[in-house]
Design a protein around this ligand. Structure first.
Ligand code: AMP
Length: 184
């Protein structure tokens, strides 16, 4: 099963992706986590994307697509995976579709976690993970980027009839139950 977990920053994608990974026995790929790993370890890629992450803007499509395609080529993804934070632009979605179609496969589920904007801002500012991009100004910028560049990805998958909206307000377990119902 190939599943895209979608939603604005603060919707709880990361938390739910980890739980889905355990329950469905599928690896989880978070492009944000991969970038943060590279920044922490000061790799060439990390140096290239550090300022971009700190500003809340998006890393360029060619860099992200190359990273994801290299990752998906690994053996551990052969039975499926959960994508979290990718695709985040329509060109990324088109590149993913093309890659999957070359391999005779396609996305199975596109789940979007919906959470009201005030709640998102509150959650991000209180999550206290000390992420460099979690200041109020940066959070607002990330939400703008989401509306302008990322939300159209949903329309892209809507055309394929894959989108399921999941209420992202409730306890972690309630939301997890809704996600599982949607894929089973
Ligand atoms: P996230 O942890 O998913 O919120 O991602 C943190 C940051 O990493 C984003 O604000 C972007 O700067 C960058 N990033 C993660 N995934 C992508 C992507 N698919 N395309 C472009 N930039 C990304």
């Amino acid at each position: 099963m190939k599943l895209i977990l979608f939603g604005p920053p603060g919707a709880g994608k990361g938390t739910q992706a980890v739980k889905l990974q355990e329950e469905l026995h599928l690896p989880h790929i978070s492009t944000g986590d991969i970038f943060r790993y590279h920044i922490k370890h000061e790799t060439d890629l990390g140096k290239k994307v550090k300022a971009i992450l700190a500003s809340g803007e998006l890393v360029s499509d060619d860099v992200v697509v190359e990273l994801v395609v290299n990752e998906l080529g690994q053996e551990k993804y052969k039975n499926g995976y959960i994508l979290d934070g990718f695709p985040r632009t329509v060109p990324q979605a088109e590149a993913l579709d093309a890659y999957l179609s070359e391999h005779g496969t396609s996305v199975d589920h596109f789940l979007i976690l919906t959470v009201p904007e005030e709640e998102l801002i509150k959650r991000i500012l209180s999550r206290g993970q000390g992420r460099e991009d979690d200041t109020e100004e940066m959070v607002k910028n990330r939400l703008n980027v989401y509306h302008e560049e990322t939300k159209p990805v949903m329309d892209h998958y809507q055309k394929q009839g894959l989108v399921k909206e999941i209420d992202g307000v409730g306890t972690i377990d309630e939301i997890f139950g809704r996600l599982l119902d949607a894929v089973r």
